[in-house]
Design a protein around this ligand. Structure first.
Ligand code: ADP
Ligand code: MG
Length: 250
């Protein structure tokens, strides 16, 4: 689906936000980028939807270099969900969800019907919420709308940048379940960014551990835990596991 080949990016000349790295993302997988703040996760996502251009290397989407895709069509064909979501505050929920379909010139009645179905699928009753402004929704509900809006583009690829980062633990847990359920039903390719190990383990088919602009290891949660490729990865997982064991003993 996506192939990054020796891709690098620096913002200032002397600083590598991303060292040359390579990564294959398979169609339909839920890939989690796990790393601490500043490790390059958001930079990597922005390179995939061409909010940023790499300094070197290339990125292929469905076998074709990103530059060969029409930039507007490309961005509209990729769902992008981020923390604080950026719903348009003066538009009601249904208009927020149908923004891209309307821009694209889809049939309005069809776009509306699809948006209502998507609100259902993120567990928001359209009869209750369609006409509300974003400010009349809780943070968790706004993130649900953000996911519905990303799905309304018809995108087969969703990029999610710490989308549940600002939510309380219970709401976060609900949204993680919702995302897993959507992924099982819709078979989208999802690249999900988090700094939370437990979120990564819960959601991921595969985890990419990032550190200081580099990939430390790629693997399933159990591969990372049982066969860490570096001391960094070993510590990353062993510390929270030890803390949990300690809790159990008290
Ligand atoms: P993450 O999402 O993992 O927290 P980012 O990809 O946002 O990391 O950032 C990677 C590195 O690049 C950080 O050191 C950050 O300070 C730097 N960086 C990110 N955006 C910019 C920018 N617009 N200008 C300069 N440096 C940036
Ligand atoms: Mg980030």
């Amino acid at each position: 689906m996506i192939s990054l080949q020796q891709v690098s990016k620096s913002y200032q000349r002397q600083f590598d936000a991303l060292a040359p790295l390579s990564l294959e993302i398979a169609a339909g997988e839920l890939l989690v980028l796990l790393g601490s703040s500043g490790s390059g996760k958001s930079t990597l996502l922005k390179l995939i939807n061409r909010l940023l251009e790499p300094d070197s290397g290339q990125i292929l989407l469905q076998g074709k270099p990103l530059q060969a895709h029409d930039p507007v069509a490309l961005r509209r064909s990729i769902g992008y969900v981020f923390q604080g979501i950026g719903l348009l505050p003066h538009l009601n929920i249904i208009d927020n969800v149908t923004t891209v379909p309307r821009l694209r010139g889809d049939d309005p009645a069809q776009a509306l019907q699809q948006a209502r179905a998507l609100l259902h699928s993120v567990n928001l009753d359209p009869d209750q919420y369609a006409d509300r402004l974003p400010q009349a929704l809780s943070g968790g509900q706004q993130q649900r709308v953000g996911v519905a809006r990303a799905l309304a583009t018809g995108a087969s690829l969703l990029l999610m940048d710490e989308p549940f980062g600002a939510l309380d633990a219970i709401t976060r847990d609900e949204l993680q379940s919702m995302l897993l359920d959507l992924h099982r039903r819709l078979h989208k390719t999802i690249v999900f960014v988090t700094h939370d190990i437990f979120e990564a383990v819960r959601l991921a088919d595969r985890i990419v551990v990032m550190h200081a602009g580099r990939i430390e290891q790629i693997g399933t949660a159990s591969e990372l835990i049982n066969q860490p490729a570096s001391e960094f990865v070993e510590l990353l997982f062993s510390k929270p596991l030890q803390a949990l064991k300690h809790l159990q003993q008290t």
